[in-house]
Design a protein around this ligand. Structure first.
Ligand SMILES: C[S@@+](CC[C@H](N)C(=O)[O-])C[C@H]1O[C@@H](n2cnc3c(N)ncnc32)[C@H](O)[C@@H]1O
Length: 446
């Protein structure tokens, strides 16, 4: 085992910093207000239709069943593990231990193959040279043949071949591939369950996000330059095994097993999903729609996570090293966004659920406040004046430039049946009246 293998990594486990998932357009900051709004609505499943990292579903949590949907495989993995795990996750330490040997096997094979490149990378990192770091990118752009040979020998090398020296250092990409190898190896030998494998891959995604040499998404890696080399080096020096094992140890599903049994995960185009929901297959009580609001296609910003989840060796292309099978969302097309809203609202209006829509006043849909209210009024019996919440959008250096962007977020609410909208409120009012004496006791105790 090399100096940078799991043993060495183990010494710094406790100090490994694992970033929580960041996600473009995440509603983490708005989630408490949306959850308050939902608390007044009829009991029944909450469908987070464009779930991403499911900030809102996580906030509502065990108050009602949560259904999640997104087209991205990464989101499906995250929400399946968090909302539907059949068991509490208590085996992280054992998994880290069992992963050490298969990890080292794959790592050693890759280190043998890329020995010279690794030495070049080490020199560049030690000297802090942007030019040296760029040279490694050039070397790695010529490795296709080696990768085919490695694959024939059952060595896991997707991230090294596709993103080594760009989003990740070569050493880091080798570590990341070796983590995935360990997870797959243990699964194929029946040493871990599919659910434990899911936790291992999700922690791998968290590791990718933490160590990636980019602005928090994967639209492009940062080309090393004299201006950014300190930042590049800081990322490049992170040890993936340490970050991964710490992330795995922190992994937990939400709620208890009984609640999670009632949750559902879909991976579908949002409009198609709404069109497919009938009484027979089940219907939500509340639909929460948080569609993309810029022309940035999520599939172009999170493709590296898709690669880590699917691990299917796509033919990558372009500076961002994109997959060929990227989903194109109508909500992110200037020419398609109006039609996408029309179809979404029409499909939602055919269901008995309360429909909640988050959209910023400056989104891709032109004059969105007026246009959305028009479309809602066409299809729903009741449309409320939008709740306007000042919000900071996490653009994360997307096409809008700055990392944080001050906007007004409109929260639209529409429904056919007032009982669905307010039934919870009546119940909540009664509950408050009933709990008055308990509140008094708490006051006295304080
Ligand atoms: C604004 S983000 C949602 C963020 C989420 N509310 C959160 O807080 O994490 C939009 C999400 O919609 C997904 N998406 C885009 N078009 C879609 C479509 N037509 N059907 C389903 N999901 C879609 C994207 O993959 C992305 O995860």
């Amino acid at each position: 085992m090399g100096r940078r293998g799991p043993k060495a990594a183990g010494q710094v486990l406790s100090s490994a910093i694992v970033a929580n998932f960041t996600y473009m357009g995440s509603k983490k900051l708005l989630a408490p207000q949306i959850a308050d709004l939902v608390a007044d609505m009829a009991d029944g499943p909450f469908l987070d239709l464009f779930s991403g990292i499911a900030a809102v579903g996580s906030q509502i949590s065990t108050q009602r069943p949560i259904w999640c949907n997104d087209v991205q495989n990464f989101s499906t993995l995250l929400t399946s593990q968090k909302f539907c795990a059949a068991r509490a996750f208590k085996t992280a330490n054992e998994l880290v231990e069992s992963a050490k040997i298969p990890y080292a096997v794959n790592q050693t094979r890759l280190e043998e193959k890329f020995g010279e490149t690794l030495a070049h990378e080490r020199r560049a990192l030690a000297s802090g040279s942007a030019e040296g770091t760029r040279e490694v990118i050039t070397i790695m752009s010529q490795v296709d043949k080696q990768i085919s040979a490695l694959r024939r020998q059952q060595v896991h090398c997707l991230l090294t071949g596709s993103h080594g020296a760009t989003y990740f250092g070569v050493r880091q990409a080798i570590e990341l591939d070796s983590i995935r190898y360990a997870a797959d190896h243990l699964l194929s030998r029946g040493k871990v369950t599919a659910e434990e494998h899911g936790w291992m891959v999700l922690a791998l995604c968290q590791t990718l996000s933490t160590v990636s040499n980019s602005t928090g998404h994967f639209a492009q890696y940062l080309s090393p330059s004299d201006a950014n080399i300190r930042r590049v080096l800081r990322k490049r020096r992170m040890n993936c095994w340490s970050v991964w094992s710490a992330a795995l140890r922190e992994s937990q599903p939400i709620g208890n097993v009984v609640w999670r049994r009632g949750n559902r995960i879909f991976k579908s185009d949002a409009i198609r999903l709404l069109q497919s929901l009938s009484e027979r297959v089940g219907q939500p009580a509340v639909i929460y729609a948080d569609p993309p609001y810029t022309s940035d296609q999520y599939s172009r910003y999170y493709h590296v996570l898709e690669n880590a989840v699917l691990y299917d060796y796509p033919e990558v292309s372009g500076k961002g090293q994109y997959r060929p099978d990227r989903f194109t969302s109508g909500f992110s097309l200037k020419a398609g966004v109006d039609a996408a809203f029309k179809e979404l609202i029409s499909a939602a209006a055919k269901l008995p659920a309360v429909f909640i829509l988050s959209y910023p006043t400056n989104g891709l849909l032109k004059n969105s406040t007026k246009r959305v209210l028009e479309l809602l009024a066409d299809q729903f019996a009741h449309v409320e004046a939008p709740l306007v919440i000042p919000h900071l959008h996490s653009t994360m250096g997307g096409s809008k430039g700055a990392q944080k962007h001050a906007v007004d977020e409109n929260i639209f609410v529409a429904y056919q049946d007032p009982v669905a909208r307010w039934r919870g409120k009546a119940a909540a009012t009664l509950a408050t009246q009933r709990t008055q004496p308990i509140l008094k006791v708490e006051d006295i105790a304080a």
